[in-house]
Each structure stands twice: as structure tokens, then as C-alpha cells.
Design a protein around this ligand. Structure first.
Ligand code: ATP
Ligand code: MG
Length: 248
């Protein structure tokens, strides 16, 4: 089987249904690579979550199978590659095109949050583009359920996309960390660069915690304002997903 992706835990292979000839992607997670209790719990959560999600901008998982050595996620195959490569190839996207992708992400994440599910690892490597140029969100490996009155503290995902409250191991409810990551993604789409980017980790953390980034003057005022409201350190003042949707 052809390998089409490699993640930290999973290898993703391309396969085909014997009868229907439909292409499927199979993410294989070797049980031997999942050694810690925390990782085992995350895998169990991913298995549970992906089977609950049904949305046109979230990759469809048809089945999850398991044998003694591995877990297999049988998914819809998304042929257009990662949004990351798409941005790199075009250098940056027009505001018009970015808005189309962004709306699709918003719709998928609004659906998740309304069902008390957070992703916690939103980044352009986990956003695929299908043959109709539609976004499909993948990889709920850091996903979780949240409750309005309960707090989470686990740091998840890539620091470049991580909200400040996640970095200091502070507590957070959930949806607000996805809003921050979506803000970083929106910025990355229209500028072709990351708002917070340095190889020096302490410096990176400092910049994120104080929302210290450069806003290019070429961005339209409305878009710049939206990015600013999403990349707001104070979670109480950070724009909510429902407000972004209303303001569109
Ligand atoms: P991570 O290192 O982010 O935790 P992971 O091990 O959880 O990764 P995924 O992010 O789910 O694995 O998948 C790894 C890569 O495989 C993706 O970035 C993507 O390029 C490719 N891939 C995953 N699912 C699909 C799919 N349904 N169709 C096409 N390619 C896919
Ligand atoms: Mg991934």
C-alpha cells in the first residue's frame, strides 16, 4: 500500500475498496508506539470522537478496526493535499480565497463546539483540501470533550499555533484555544508566514504570551481587525466563534 502521510503516531496509507473501487485512506497506529497511559487515553478518545463527527468539512471516518498490534482508521481519501503545501506553493492566498477556506473551517469548528468537542491541534498540516477545493479537517488525536464549568490544562499541538493560556499550563475551557489557532491559520493564509515564528523557544513563548506580532499593512482593515480579535491574549476578550460567524 502506498504511504500518503506520516504523523507522530500514525502512518497513513492509500487503499481501495475491493467491491466499490472507492479510494480510502487508512491511518494505522501501531499499538507498540503507544506506550504511556496518557497516549492510550488520547487514542481511545480519538477513536470515540471521530465516530461521532459528521460534517462536510471534517474528514469522514467510515470505520475503526483493531487487531492485536494496531488500530486502523478507515477514512474518506482527500486528494488535494495539505493546506500547508497549498499556501507554500502559492506563497499566500488572496483574502477572497482565504475567506472561503476560513468559512468552511468555522462551520466545522462551530459544529464541533456545539457538540462539546474541541480539536486542540488546528494547523495547516491537519487541514486537507479535496478535489473540489473544500477543506476537510483531520486528526482529532488531541481532541477532547469540554464542559462550560470544567477546566482543562493539557498542552496540545504545535507551539506555533498554541494559545497563550495553553503554554503556561494555565486552565482553559476549550473552544477559545481553537479560536486562537484559527486566527494563526487565517494570518498564515493571507500573509504566507506565521505571526509567531522563531526557532528560539523561550522567545517564541514570550511573543505568544504577549501577542507580539507584525500585522502587514496590505491587509484590509476588516481582516486585520478580525485577526487582532482572535489573537487576543485575554480569553474573556477574545472573540467567540459565534461572534465571528455573526460578523461575517
Ligand atoms: P500528528 O503528527 O499531527 O499527530 P497523526 O499521526 O495523528 O499526525 P494525521 O495528522 O492524522 O496523523 O495524518 C498524517 C498525514 O497523513 C496528514 O498530515 C496528511 O498529509 C495525511 N492524511 C491523513 N488523513 C488523510 C486522508 N483522509 N486523506 C489523505 N491524506 C491524509
Ligand atoms: Mg496531524
Amino acid at each position: 500500500m502506498q504511504t500518503i502521510g506520516q504523523g507522530t503516531f500514525g502512518t497513513v496509507k492509500l487503499s481501495q475498496h475491493v467491491v466499490t473501487r472507492q479510494k480510502v485512506a487508512i491511518k494505522i497506529i501501531e499499538k507498540a508506539s503507544v506506550t504511556e497511559d496518557k497516549q492510550r487515553n488520547s487514542l481511545q478518545r480519538e477513536i470515540r470522537l471521530v465516530q461521532l463527527l459528521h460534517h462536510r468539512h471534517i474528514v469522514k471516518v467510515y470505520d475503526v478496526l483493531e487487531d492485536a498490534t494496531a488500530v486502523f482508521f478507515i477514512m474518506e481519501y482527500v486528494s488535494g493535499g495539505e493546506l500547508f503545501d497549498y499556501i507554500v506553493q502559492k506563497r499566500s492566498l488572496s483574502e477572497w480565497e482565504a475567506r472561503i477556506f476560513f468559512r468552511q473551517m468555522l462551520s466545522a469548528m462551530d459544529y464541533c463546539h456545539k457538540n462539546s468537542i474541541i480539536h486542540r491541534d488546528l494547523k495547516p498540516e491537519n487541514l486537507l483540501i479535496d478535489s473540489n477545493k473544500c477543506v476537510k479537517i483531520i486528526d482529532f488525536g488531541f481532541g477532547n470533550t469540554f464542559h462550560r464549568d470544567k477546566f482543562l490544562t493539557t498542552f496540545c499541538g504545535s507551539p506555533f499555533y498554541a494559545a497563550p493560556e495553553m503554554l503556561g499550563a494555565k486552565s482553559y475551557v476549550g473552544p477559545e484555544v481553537d479560536v486562537w489557532s484559527l486566527g494563526v491559520i487565517l494570518y498564515a493564509m493571507v500573509t504566507g508566514s506565521l505571526p509567531f515564528h522563531t526557532e528560539v523557544l523561550p522567545e517564541l513563548l514570550k511573543r505568544i504570551k504577549s501577542a507580539e506580532y507584525h500585522m502587514p499593512s496590505k491587509l484590509s482593515p476588516n481582516l486585520a481587525d478580525l485577526i487582532r480579535r482572535m489573537l487576543t491574549v485575554d480569553t474573556k476578550k477574545r472573540i467567540k466563534l459565534s461572534e465571528i460567524i455573526k460578523s461575517k
